[in-house]
Write a new protein. Structure first.
Length: 572
């Protein structure tokens, strides 16, 4: 059946016996059928309307509980209210983000708990807006009182906005991707086809529902096929990552997903002397995306999971983004990991890529071909399409691709051409029609006239120094003093500062020459800032450095090194 909007999707799914299982702990779960979802969300819509929300109003989600999130999401969809899912968080950056999103919207409301609201209103960022926000806040506890009648479902046009996906890394200027019902239905059909999903598949996710891979890939897609779906919170995964694998085994899950950091994080919790009671042979597909993919991390994970029946060919490396309603390119299901080693210097814009087998070659993962009804082209700096195997800017087009950013015409005009092609902000190339991504344009470091990709530098140093994946972050910052980009390397480190000197020396000894340039400053940091999908927030590191927030630790480390050198000189 060809559904035109999300309402038709849920209307058909409610006739099945399938539904959602919310995993709250190893021995605590709650099931909600699609029929119950349909009925309860209509009652919640009635509550929303009593609070003054009408079609076209925007509702910012600050909802922690997954079941509540989904019920309110569908209540909004039924009433033509625009959901604005935003990740929860108590830090000032998160409060600033909520405020900036609020300013972007036309007729905003906020749904949260009273405790969260009070926490937010204490913030200086929200203080001047607190009167307006208090008048437009809805408390979850009150909205969930389902004593009212089911509200009637409105008529939805496929070109209406279904929801707004704000970038997980946005702070200063929020970038809200508008996704229409047509965008979503186009890509949902492509995902179902590209992943070869069938009626008896069962999907499980721990990714946040505020992220497109969680909400679209593992909530809306299973609805399309009337599949049972299983949702565990991201917080539960962070506390107990092995529960992810345990629940896959227990519920005979066939499809799941994780960005790269999830595999590395799970492996960190494995105990070598323990044989876990898992049977992962049920899995037919594990989607990998949302951040740069490390082939080595994939190999390590599948090697460790082989003893539990996990087949190597279930790995499904993808390229996608919110602007595409999730999926852009897929490999054939069952192909597994495919990668090629390339000469690092051939990966600059306009260059023809060269394969090589050098020790310091860059390994790039094959991300497959464009999904159904989505198109990809590579262009030079002037927007002119280039040949296969030439590095350039990745552009996408199709009915799944957003028409623009909410109330941000300037941003829209800067990334979408008059012909409808959207510049993804990524650099890469096509080889035999298959996409390879080199890195983000904004994460390029310019040194001595050459381009270096931050993620490549990080992976290279980790490999050379035997460090765990996800330990490093590299950025380039323009220095007035040096009149060039200086290279900063941040290292996740939680021990005594004096112990860091050995690590820094090891990095400089093994990496400086091999990576092709000298690192200017190496900074130990307790936590690398990341988005909910595991992407490094390099812009945050740059901002903090420019505000001199790391100056104290840099100076302390310099003094320790000077002291060590003085001691060595005396000994001589």
């Amino acid at each position: 059946m060809r559904y035109k909007n999300l309402l038709e999707l849920l209307d058909q799914a409610k006739e099945s016996k399938a539904g959602i299982t919310f995993i709250k702990d190893s021995d605590e779960e709650e099931f909600m059928s699609y029929r119950q979802l349909h009925e309860q969300s209509r009652k919640i819509l009635c509550s929303l309307k009593k609070e003054g929300l009408q079609k076209g109003c925007e509702l910012i989600f600050q909802i922690e509980d997954e079941k509540t999130f989904i019920l309110v999401f569908w209540a909004c969809v039924f009433g033509g209210i625009i959901p604005v899912p935003v990740t929860m968080g108590g830090v000032n950056e998160q409060k600033r983000k909520v405020l900036n999103i609020w300013r972007t919207l036309n007729n905003p409301y906020l749904i949260t708990t009273e405790k969260t609201l009070n926490n937010y209103l204490e913030s200086e960022q929200l203080y001047e807006h607190q009167t307006h926000i208090k008048q437009r806040v809805l408390f979850i506890e009150e909205i969930l009182e389902l004593d009212g009648d089911s509200d009637e479902i409105g008529v939805i046009d496929e070109n209406e906005i279904a929801f707004i996906q704000f970038s997980s890394g946005s702070t200063g200027l929020p970038k809200g991707v508008t996704l229409t019902h047509q965008n979503l239905m186009t890509n949902i059909r492509a995902i179902v086809s590209g992943m070869a999903i069938v009626e008896d598949d069962r999907g499980l996710t721990w990714l946040p529902l505020t992220h497109d891979l969680g909400l679209i890939g593992f909530h809306l897609v299973p609805l399309f096929k009337k599949n049972d779906q299983f949702i565990m919170s991201t917080n539960l995964f962070v506390r107990r990552p092995l529960l992810w694998l345990s629940k896959i085994s227990e519920h005979r899950i066939t499809t799941t997903a994780s960005p790269n950091f999830g595999y590395a994080y799970t492996m960190m919790r494995l105990k070598d002397n323990v044989k876990y009671d898992w049977d992962l042979s049920c899995l037919k597909l594990i989607a990998n995306g949302a951040e740069p993919i490390s082939a080595q991390v994939c190999r390590d994970f599948f090697m460790k999971m082989e003893r539990y029946g996990l087949k190597k060919n279930v790995l499904f490396n993808t390229f996608g983004m919110a602007e595409a309603s999730l999926a852009v390119t897929f490999p054939p299901p069952g192909e597994g990991l495919k990668s090629i080693l390339f000469n690092r210097e051939s990966l600059s814009i306009g260059c023809k890529v060269l394969e090589c087998q050098d020790e310091m070659a860059v390994e790039l993962v094959d991300l497959g071909t464009p999904v159904m009804n989505c198109y990809v082209k590579i262009t030079d700096v002037n927007g002119i399409e280039v040949d296969q195997e030439i590095v350039g800017h990745i552009h996408i087009k199709g009915n799944n691709v957003t028409k623009g950013y909410y109330n941000n015409h300037e941003m829209t005009a800067s990334v979408i051409t008059s012909g409808g092609w959207l510049n993804t902000g990524d650099l890469g190339f096509l080889k035999a029609g298959r996409l390879f991504v080199c890195g983000r344009v904004k994460d390029i470091i310019f040194i001595h006239g050459k381009n270096y990709y931050s993620n490549d530098v990080e992976h290279s140093i980790e490999r050379l120094c035997g460090m765990k994946s996800g330990t490093l972050a590299t950025v380039g910052v323009f220095s007035e003093h040096h009149q060039r980009d200086i290279v900063l390397l941040f290292v996740r480190f939680n021990n005594k500062l004096a112990d860091f000197i050995t690590i820094e020396n090891d990095i400089r000894k093994k990496a400086d020459f091999k990576i092709g340039f000298k690192i200017d400053v190496i900074i130990p940091i307790k936590r690398l800032p990341k988005t909910t999908s595991g992407k490094l927030k390099r812009y945050e590191l740059i901002e903090n450095y420019q505000k001199k927030e790391y100056q104290k630790i840099i100076e302390e480390l310099r003094q320790l090194k000077d002291s060590c050198q003085l001691t060595m000189d005396k000994d001589e």
